[in-house]
Design a protein around this ligand. Structure first.
Ligand code: HEC
Length: 147
C-alpha cells in the first residue's frame, strides 16, 4: 500500500500542475479535452482516498470506473487527422500508430472495469491494484502521445 500512496501523491502533484488551458479548442478536440479533464478530476478524488485524506467512497469509485470505460472506448475515434493543431497537445504519432494508441485506450477500459468490480465488492485490495493499473494507463499514453 505504501508504494501506492506514493503513486497517488505523485499523481496529485502532477495533476495540480496541469493548466487545463483548452481555450480555443472546439469540436472533437474540445470534446476529448473535456473527457480528459473529467478523468483528471476523478483521478484526484480517488488519489485522495488512496492517501487516506478522504474516506473510501465505493459509489464514487464505481462511477469513476464506469466513466473510464466509456471514455476509453471512444478515445480512439477522438483524434481525427485534422485535429492536431493548437491548442492541442496531442502528437500526430497517434495517426501513425493507431493500433498502439487503441491498445493503450483498451488498458484504460480494462482498468475501469477493474475499478468498478472492486467497488461493487467493496474490495480494498482489488481497488489498490485497479487504481495502480488505471494510473499507469494515463501515464503510458501521455508519455508517448502527448507533448
Ligand atoms: C490512450 C491515450 C490516453 C489515455 C489512456 C489517457 N490520456 Fe489523457 N490525454 C491523452 C492525449 C493524447 C491528450 C492531449 C489531448 C489534446 O491536447 O488534444 C491528453 C490530455 C489529458 C489532459 C489535459 C486535458 C486538457 O484540457 O488539455 C488531462 C488532464 C488528462 N489527459 C488526464 C488523463 C488521466 C487522468 C488519464 C487516466 C485516468 C488519462 N488522461 C488517460 C491521451 C490519453
Amino acid at each position: 500500500m505504501k508504494a501506492l500512496v506514493m503513486v497517488a501523491t505523485g499523481l496529485c502533484m502532477a495533476l495540480a500542475g496541469l493548466a487545463w488551458a483548452h481555450k480555443g479548442a472546439s469540436g472533437v478536440m474540445k470534446e476529448r479535452m473535456d473527457f480528459m479533464s473529467s478523468l483528471g478530476e476523478q483521478t484526484k478524488s480517488m488519489a485522495m482516498m488512496v492517501r487516506g485524506r478522504t474516506v473510501l467512497d465505493w459509489s464514487v469509485i464505481e462511477q469513476a470506473g464506469q466513466r473510464a470505460v466509456s471514455i476509453g472506448e471512444t478515445l480512439p475515434k477522438k483524434f481525427p487527422k485534422d485535429s492536431f493543431h493548437k491548442p492541442s497537445e496531442a502528437k500526430t504519432l497517434i495517426l501513425e500508430e493507431p493500433e498502439t494508441f487503441a491498445s493503450l485506450s483498451a488498458a484504460l477500459v480494462q482498468a475501469g472495469h477493474a475499478l468498478t468490480a472492486a467497488a461493487q465488492r467493496a474490495d480494498e485490495a482489488a481497488f489498490a491494484v485497479a487504481f495502480s493499473d488505471y494510473a499507469q494507463s494515463c501515464k503510458e499514453c501521455h508519455s508517448r502521445y502527448r507533448e
